[in-house]
Design a protein around this ligand. Structure first.
Ligand code: HEM
Length: 347
């Protein structure tokens, strides 16, 4: 079964690499043609994350037909690379399939966690449709919601095991409701919507810091400790993203608001969870290496540099962006090294 994951994971990695180079091109490094640089957000979120997250879901369901969803998003991402006309329609079709998979999961497990992930799936569909019809800017808040709600849904599943208090759930639902309302408002008034969603993001970040098991993992050792650090650092960037959203002041703070969420929060989560997800998808063991801390530290320091650049100099922002990309490349190299050292499962 894991064999069929290999080509999709490989294509996902290609999309991640090109999306990162496209990000650098947007940050004035001019590495790729204009059309690819302008597809940076679509390649990252709809292409790379759309493929990997739906692949994880299809694999967990053990359903062959469900694989059509990651196949469609990988094909859509490859279509963007090839400049194909129908790339966007493939990504819309894949997101629609992902909504169906999520609804099916909700039917079997009707709880807050799967409900939140389902809302995330709807956000991906809305984001991809908006990208198809109107381009990246209107799609971006919805792409952010896809990733934030998917991750929050997965984390609440674990937190629920720890706390059954009604107030804990209410705080989560209120934050998610404000956040989702803000994202929807961006369709009518972009600035107002970003401010409202910023408030929701801030509340969600505080919820995660307070109730997530991450804080407890920090006092463990090895991989759980590393994951705990990655999660807590990610939640701190979510606070930063929320504050920047609340105080949204046009293009000046836009890049940092976006990447506090997309790099500071989302990628810190990716770094923390990848040592479990990659081995599961690829049927290998992962040996935890102390060098994993290098890509984690580099991600957060380089993002601080990028943020500081907004106040000091554009050159500093450029260095921050370059090192952001380096942290992603180092992450891939370190995880590959950990899996090679871990060997094949069962051996
Ligand atoms: C690796 C380093 C990265 C660099 C150097 C980078 C750079 C940029 C730049 C310069 C912009 C334009 C911002 C503006 O218009 O003010 C941008 C936009 C955007 N970025 Fe990134 N980015 C990176 C990583 C990411 C990641 C990991 C994600 C998603 C998980 C992401 C998602 C987006 C989105 C959705 C947009 C807005 C849509 C678009 O303009 O394509 N970026 N990025």
């Amino acid at each position: 079964m894991v064999r069929r994951n290999y080509p999709l994971v490989a294509l996902g990695m290609v999309l991640l690499l090109v999306a990162t180079l496209a990000g650098l091109s947007r940050a004035d490094f001019n590495l790729l043609p204009e059309q690819l640089a302008m597809s940076h957000g679509a390649l990252m979120v709809a292409g790379f994350f759309g493929t990997l997250i739906s692949l994880e879901r299809a694999f967990a369901m053990g359903n062959t037909r469900a694989y059509l969803v990651p196949v469609l998003s990988a094909a859509g991402g490859a279509g963007i690379l090839a400049g194909a006309q129908h790339a966007a329609s493939l990504l819309v079709a894949s997101a629609a399939g992902y909504v169906l998979l999520s609804l099916r999961m909700l039917r079997f497990m009707p709880n807050l966690a799967t409900g939140t992930m389902c809302l995330g799936a709807v956000a991906l569909l809305a984001g991809n449709v908006l990208w198809y019809l109107r381009g990246s800017a209107p799609a971006t808040p919805f792409w952010g919601a896809f990733l934030l709600l998917t991750i929050a849904g997965e984390r609440i599943e674990l937190a629920q095991l720890l706390s059954t208090k009604a107030g804990v759930k209410r705080w989560f639902m209120l934050s998610t409701g404000i956040y989702a309302a803000g994202v929807a408002t961006t369709l009518l008034d972009y600035s107002l919507g970003l401010r409202i969603s910023g408030a929701g993001m801030l509340l969600l970040a505080l919820w995660l810091l307070r109730y997530d098991v991450a804080m407890k993992s920090i006092s463990a050792s090895g991989l759980p400790r590393f994951t705990g650090f990655a999660l807590v650092l990610g939640y701190l960037w979510l606070i930063a993203g929320g504050v920047l959203g609340l105080a949204y002041a046009g293009s000046y703070s836009y890049d940092m608001m976006l990447h506090s969420l997309f790099l500071g929060f989302v990628f810190s989560m990716v770094f923390g969870h990848a040592p479990v997800i990659f081995p599961a998808l690829l049927g290998r063991n992962m040996r935890f290496l102390g060098s994993f801390y290098l890509h984690l530290i580099l991600l957060h320091l380089s993002l601080m540099l990028r943020l500081a650049g907004n106040f000091i100099s554009a050159e500093l922002t450029a260095w921050g962006s370059l090192l952001n990309a380096a942290s992603i490349f180092l992450f891939l190299a370190n995880n590959a090294a950990g899996m090679i050292a871990g060997g094949v499962k069962g051996e």
